[in-house]
Design a protein around this ligand. Structure first.
Ligand code: ADP
Length: 275
């Protein structure tokens, strides 16, 4: 029970700060509501592929028992749906991991000139599958920033995979590091595609969990709607900034700004003079 200090007015009326408590409860209710929505969304997203897998198992045990053609087809669908569940669970775990570390600022130094080519290796199969050429610019010299290597790999993998997925098929994706000339303390990594772009109405909600802008057309594009929520969380934990710039019909640019490692920021001027 909350005990109020004795009231100077001489009665038991609670003092004015009760109002603050009410506002606090409103905020707590909002957070609880968000958590409940999140659990409901996650359960729904998992239930759909699980229901499909259960259904196909029943069909294989019954009517399709002796039909080898149907069996192959159903197994392929079940494999696909199991993959969908795995991606969703992987993304949910990633999201919860970054949320748990939200209050910790990374303090290690990561060289983008080493990390970004590694990201391009990781997405190579996806790019080749879509006939997309991914190029890297601005990484000729070391680009040391403060960050968590694994988390930054995840950020740039998600952004480049999206650029491949939603960019134009057979097109190109450009990953470019810039910013040394404008501000020696920061660098920006821009991931640019030349695809259909995003309708401006979707932009403010794009980093919300489970939000997908291409709801219908995107259904056949594999995705969980969690990728950009994870990106946003990681970038925020890094004290960085994510900006999205998109023109329908022309393509999109997702840019991440990060802090340069202090020693490197101090010598950046010298680097510029010598370069
Ligand atoms: P998903 O798993 O659906 O790709 P994300 O959180 O990564 O989820 O992205 C959310 C939505 O933002 C996508 O469903 C898509 O509609 C839109 N989107 C993301 N990247 C791009 C892009 N490069 N071009 C166009 N739309 C994009």
């Amino acid at each position: 029970p909350i005990r109020f200090p004795p009231d100077p007015r001489g009665d038991d009326r609670p003092p004015d700060f009760v109002l603050v408590l009410i506002e606090d409860l409103t905020e707590r209710r909002r957070v609880e509501r968000m958590r409940a929505d999140f659990v409901a969304n996650a359960s729904h997203e998992l239930r759909t592929p699980l229901a499909a897998v259960s259904g196909f198992i029943e069909t294989l045990q019954g009517p399709a028992r002796n039909d080898p053609v149907a069996r192959e087809r159903f197994l392929a669908v079940m494999h696909e749906q199991a993959g969908r569940m795995k991606r969703l669970i992987d993304d949910l775990l990633s999201l919860s991991r970054v949320e748990m570390r939200a209050h910790l600022r990374p303090d290690t130094v990561v060289d983008l000139a080493d990390l970004l080519p590694h990201v391009l290796d990781l997405v190579r199969a996806a790019a080749e599958g879509a006939g997309v050429v991914v190029t890297l610019e601005g990484c000729e010299a070391p680009v040391p920033v403060i960050g968590d290597r694994e988390e930054l790999i995840q950020v740039f993998c998600n952004l480049v995979e999206n650029a491949i997925k939603y960019g134009s098929e057979g097109g190109r994706v450009v990953v470019a590091v810039s910013g040394a000339a404008e501000d020696a303390r920061r660098r920006t990594v821009a991931v640019r595609d030349f695809g259909a772009g995003i309708d401006p109405v979707h932009l403010p909600r794009l980093t919300e969990r489970f939000y997908r802008a291409h709801a219908e057309a995107g259904r056949e594009k594999r995705g969980t709607g969690l990728g950009l929520a994870i990106v946003k969380h990681i970038v925020t934990r890094h004290g960085g900034r994510l900006t999205i710039d998109s023109k329908p019909g022309q393509g999109s640019t997702f840019a991440v700004r990060l802090d340069v490692a202090p020693a490197a920021a101090g010598s950046a001027k010298g680097d510029e003079n010598s370069g």
